[in-house]
Design a protein around this ligand. Structure first.
Ligand SMILES: Cc1cc2nc3c(=O)[nH]c(=O)nc-3n(C[C@H](O)[C@H](O)[C@H](O)COP(=O)(O)OP(=O)(O)OC[C@H]3O[C@@H](n4cnc5c(N)ncnc54)[C@H](O)[C@@H]3O)c2cc1C
Length: 461
């Protein structure tokens, strides 16, 4: 049985079904896809924040390309950062890097960067927080200019409380020198992954990947939406039963193996008997950042030619916008377009609790102020609240997450996968990879004669 039908749970279900196993995937929401689903609203389609598919893993890329077939588009990436009334290309171009902020500021950034390199070589400062990491790599001037506001907007806590891991993974081997070098040597085979120029995208929105996976699973197994996991029973070593709620009905279901992609804290809270006090205390220290997506439909063919625009300044309440049509023309009706604004927030705060009309009015006001649209062009809107969009990577999250994961490791028929499920900064490829790996482990653990047959089945489909 698989708990949660995001990409991680669905990828696991697909591999097991292809191998001839009968699995049941249970999903609390009305549709599959989790964070990687596409909303349809009056002829417009949009993701919960644009989702580009990009991976280093050839096998996962092939898996997705085969699933999507002719509906797999290759989309050029053109992103910008909007700051202090100016637009900066992302990734940096030579002109941007040198003249973007004016020569005096650039000179200050470069001098500060050189000084920081010497300080880091001499003193090797401990790198714990996001602030430590960025200052060490880029210098403080660059941190103050480009990183502080955006990071605090995304996470809602100070940069000294945010762990270094998120930024280190997100911009991988990128240093100021490498970013500038990349700007000058683009196309010579040494581009940095984070700055990749193209990505894969399904014609009708990212949710197509989940829909195709659901179709494959339903060819031999089942997916039950609107079905919430309420209780997970165990005997200390094995999961024995899961209590599910569908509408008002409660019922029990059981299987031989369990794969969970529901948020780690939710899984822990549903265990019966409850875990020991110290494990519950560790889980209580784990938190998630939530997201509100406000989409504005516009009576115009196109507003920008961008993939994403990052908006670090606190004066603008949302952190990023995208125009889905620039990802795939099929996402908007002919002659119309829409802009999706991402508000990073905590459940219960003023953004999360604001009414849809207020959020729409706020989004329209800022898009008008920035000169993108006029109020008269607005022909519709849609607000979606997305709980637990990001595991919150505080400087000590790893210790608490590991305590919970260690405890769950005692259950011999349980595997945890996925972004919220493992409390990792998983992108779609990692989430799917974790599901596929768990499914393959289950197949490999099958009794010998059956194992060869199952693995051959999974590989040949
Ligand atoms: C704004 C934003 C932008 C992103 N952009 C990108 C991008 O450009 N590229 C990229 O690769 N990745 C991106 N990601 C990451 C990507 O969304 C995730 O990696 C991926 O969707 C995680 O899939 P998952 O299956 O692990 O988790 P989820 O999608 O969270 O799936 C978990 C599922 O479990 C269900 N569930 C929860 N509780 C229960 C319960 N009690 N019972 C039953 N079901 C339950 C949920 O409803 C959900 O469907 C982005 C994420 C966000 C938030």
């Amino acid at each position: 049985m698989i708990l949660g039908a995001g990409l991680a749970g669905l990828a696991a279900g697909c591999v097991l079904t292809r191998a001839g196993k009968n699995v049941t995937v249970v999903e609390a929401g009305p549709a599959v896809g989790g964070l990687s689903r596409t909303i349809e609203h009056e002829g417009f389609r949009f993701d919960l924040g644009g989702h580009r598919f990009i991976t280093h893993d050839r096998a996962i890329e092939d898996f997705v390309r085969v699933l999507l077939g002719d509906d797999c588009l290759e989309v050029p990436r053109t992103s910008q950062i909007h700051m202090r009334g100016r637009y900066f290309d992302y990734p940096l171009t030579p002109v941007n890097a040198v003249f973007g902020m004016g020569l005096p500021t650039t000179a200050r950034i470069l001098a500060d960067y050189a000084a920081q390199n010497i300080r880091s070589a001499l003193f090797r400062p401990p790198i714990v927080s996001l602030e430590d990491w960025v200052v060490n790599r880029f210098g403080r001037a660059m941190f103050d200019l480009y990183f502080r506001e955006y990071s605090e907007k995304v996470w809602g806590i100070g940069c000294r409380e945010i762990g270094a891991e998120w930024v280190a993974r997100r911009i991988e081997g990128l240093s100021l020198w490498e970013a500038i070098r990349n700007a000058f040597t683009k196309g010579r085979g040494n581009d940095i992954h984070t700055l990749a120029d193209t990505f894969l995208y399904p014609r009708e929105g990212i949710g197509m990947i989940a829909d195709r996976l659901q179709g494959e699973i339903e060819s031999g197994s089942s997916v039950r939406t609107d079905t919430r996991v309420c209780r997970v029973d165990h005997d200390g070593s094995f999961i024995t039963n899961v209590m599910l709620r569908q509408g008002r009905e409660l019922y029990n279901a059981s299987g031989r193996d369990y794969i969970s992609s529901i948020p780690l804290t939710a899984l822990l809270a549903s265990l019966s008997p409850a875990p020991p006090e110290e494990v519950r205390r560790a889980a209580a220290k784990l938190a998630y950042r939530d997201l509100v997506v406000s989409t504005i439909m516009i009576d115009r063919d196109q507003v920008t030619d961008l993939t994403w625009m990052y908006l670090p300044e606190q004066a603008i309440p949302f952190g990023r916008i995208h125009e889905p049509k620039n990802w795939s023309p099929a996402l908007a009706p002919v002659g119309k377009t829409h802009i999706v604004a991402e508000y990073f927030c905590f459940r219960g705060d003023s953004i999360w609790s604001a009414g849809d009309e207020d959020l729409t009015a706020m989004t329209v006001k800022h898009l008008c102020r920035m000169g993108f649209i006029t109020g008269a062009e607005v022909i519709g809107s849609c607000v979606v609240r997305v709980p637990r969009a990001y595991p919150l990577f505080t400087i000590d999250y790893r210790e608490h997450a590991d305590a919970v994961l260690d405890y769950l490791g005692r259950f011999r028929n349980l595997k945890v996968i996925g972004r919220g499920g493992m409390f990792r900064y998983h992108n779609m490829d990692h989430a799917m990879g974790s599901g596929i790996a768990a499914a393959n482990e289950i197949l490999r653990a099958a009794p010998a004669p059956a194992r060869e047959q199952l693995l051959a089945g999974a590989a040949s489909s």
